[in-house]
Design a protein around this ligand. Structure first.
Ligand code: ADP
Ligand code: MG
Length: 142
C-alpha cells in the first residue's frame, strides 16, 4: 500500500446540476482526503493543454467546448492507492455503462458529459496535478 495523490475535476455538467457538494461527499465518504480545491472556469488554452493527449481524437473539439462551457472544480486527492480508488469511484467513462453507486452513474449523462475527471495512472497524476496546482496549494506539501 502506498499513499498517492491524484487529480480530479468536477466537470461543468455536474457543477451545472448543483452537484459539487454531492460529488465531494462521495469522495470524502470513500476515505479520500481533499488536499487542494479550486473553483474556476477553464480557458480554451487550459482545456486544450490539459487534454493534449487526446488532440488527435475526433471528439477533441467537442471535449474542449464542453470543459470550457461553465465552471468546474479542480481537486487534489490523497490516500492509499488514491489513483485506482478514485477511478473506481468515478465509474466507466461512458456514464450509461457506469455501475450504480459510482459518481458517473449518479451525475453523468453519456460518454462525454460524464461529471468527473480522474488521473489514469501515476505519470498522468503527477503531470495533471502540476498542470493546475503548485506545491504550496497542496496541504502538507510546502
Ligand atoms: P476518462 O475520463 O475515463 O479517463 P478518456 O481519458 O478516454 O476517459 O477521455 C477523456 C474524456 O473525453 C472523457 O472523460 C470524456 O469526457 C471524453 N470522451 C472520451 N471518449 C469520448 C467519445 N467517444 N466521445 C465523446 N467524448 C469522449
Ligand atoms: Mg483519461
Amino acid at each position: 500500500m502506498s499513499i498517492e495523490r491524484t487529480f480530479g475535476i468536477v466537470k461543468p455538467d455536474a457543477v451545472g446540476k448543483s452537484a459539487i457538494g454531492a460529488v465531494i461527499a462521495l469522495i470524502e465518504k470513500s476515505g479520500l482526503r481533499i488536499v487542494a480545491l479550486r473553483h474556476t472556469q477553464l480557458s480554451d488554452a487550459q482545456a486544450e493543454g490539459f487534454y493534449a493527449v487526446h488532440k488527435a481524437r475526433p471528439f477533441f473539439k467537442d471535449l474542449v467546448a464542453f470543459m470550457t462551457s461553465g465552471p468546474c472544480v479542480l481537486m487534489a486527492l490523497e490516500g492509499e492507492n488514491a489513483i485506482s480508488r478514485y477511478r473506481e469511484l468515478m465509474g466507466a467513462t461512458d456514464s450509461k455503462k457506469a455501475v450504480a453507486g459510482t459518481i458517473r452513474a449518479a451525475y453523468g449523462t453519456d460518454i462525454e458529459r460524464n461529471a468527473v475527471h480522474g488521473s489514469d495512472g501515476p505519470d498522468s497524476a503527477r503531470i495533471e496535478l502540476g498542470f493546475f496546482f503548485t506545491g504550496c496549494d497542496l496541504l502538507g506539501s510546502a
